[in-house]
Design a protein around this ligand. Structure first.
Ligand SMILES: Cc1cc2nc3c(=O)[nH]c(=O)nc-3n(C[C@H](O)[C@H](O)[C@H](O)COP(=O)(O)OP(=O)(O)OC[C@H]3O[C@@H](n4cnc5c(N)ncnc54)[C@H](O)[C@@H]3O)c2cc1C
Length: 263
């Protein structure tokens, strides 16, 4: 049986996000949280593998206690087991320390065949975690996986590579990072949503994964945010005055000036 680990993250809905310039971090309090979209596509990839090969899927997340909501969603979609890694001593961890914690927690859970992550998150959006996690495990990392053929511990992967397909052969265990373009996430059935609230979530903290407080959190994190800027995309607007004919002439003049029309 294949053992699949899916890493998902709860993120603030970035439609309404604030930034704390002093701390160089997002203000996460009082903001609606959602499951990071790529994480849902990672679950979908795991479920698609399970439909083809006998598998057991564990979804894991590192976050504050309310990240449990994201795991309930994973249960409703069809994963078999959920693990929440939560500990105040992990707060403020950057991507490197996050990857280190995920690595230790997955090791604590035992052997696995495939780790599936999303490609990036809506909030941090660095895309660093999947690569760092593969490095910590020293296993192959694949993106753009379109199809998989697994035979024993050997895997043939068909990757979407620009306008081409690329076929590669590798061995398990491996890590796949999933982008949202690659599949469509199924809808959870009402009954599965209801049942998801009765399912057990395993909680892991620092004592479970090992290490000491100095190795985790903000002070252990090598990334320091030096400066931030809110980028607002505003369209340039110009209003033409005059009669309809004059306005059209002015518009045509502008379009010619910018090379949008040539004659
Ligand atoms: C100085 C600093 C302080 C920070 N403090 C905090 C903080 O206090 N609280 C906080 O929530 N964030 C904090 N962050 C952000 C946090 O480090 C990142 O959000 C997190 O490490 C993941 O990075 P990312 O969002 O860029 O993930 P990406 O690399 O873009 O994510 C890729 C994939 O990795 C997996 N993944 C990423 N994060 C997790 C996770 N936590 N659990 C499971 N899977 C995951 C998912 O599958 C995701 O789709 C801080 C960042 C910095 C630089």
């Amino acid at each position: 049986m294949l053992k699949i680990i899916v890493c998902i993250k709860q993120v603030p809905n970035t439609d309404n996000v604030q930034f704390d310039w002093k701390k160089g971090a997002l203000v996460r309090k009082g903001i609606e949280n959602i499951t990071n979209p790529d994480g849902l596509h990672a679950i979908e990839q795991a479920l698609a593998i399970k439909e083809q090969y006998e598998s057991h899927i564990t979804a894991i997340t590192m976050g504050p206690p309310q990240a449990e909501e994201t795991l309930r969603e994973a249960y409703a979609l069809g994963v078999d087991n959920c693990v929440l890694i939560t500990d105040k001593r992990f707060a403020g961890s950057d991507t490197y320390i996050t990857s280190k914690i995920l690595h230790k927690a997955i090791k604590h859970l035992g052997n696995f065949d495939i780790v599936i992550t999303g490609f990036e998150t809506l909030d941090g959006g660095t895309s660093q975690v999947s690569y760092q996690l593969a490095e910590f495990f020293d296993i192959p990392h694949f993106t753009q996986v379109d199809r998989l053929e697994i035979s024993g511990t050997s895997v043939i992967i068909q990757r979407l590579y620009g306008h081409e397909y690329q076929k590669v052969k590798t061995d398990l265990p491996m890590l796949i990072a999933v982008k949202k373009e690659l599949n469509s996430v199924r809808h959870a059935r009402l009954i599965d949503i209801k049942v998801s609230f009765d399912k057990k979530i395993t909680i892991l903290n620092m004592e479970d994964i090992g290490g000491s407080a100095e190795e985790y959190g903000f002070s252990a994190s090598p990334t320091k945010t030096l400066e931030g800027e809110v980028v607002r995309h505003k369209r340039k607007q110009e209003r033409f005055e005059g009669t309809s004919v004059e306005k059209i002439e002015k518009l045509v003049g502008k379009l010619k000036k910018y090379g949008i029309i040539k004659y």
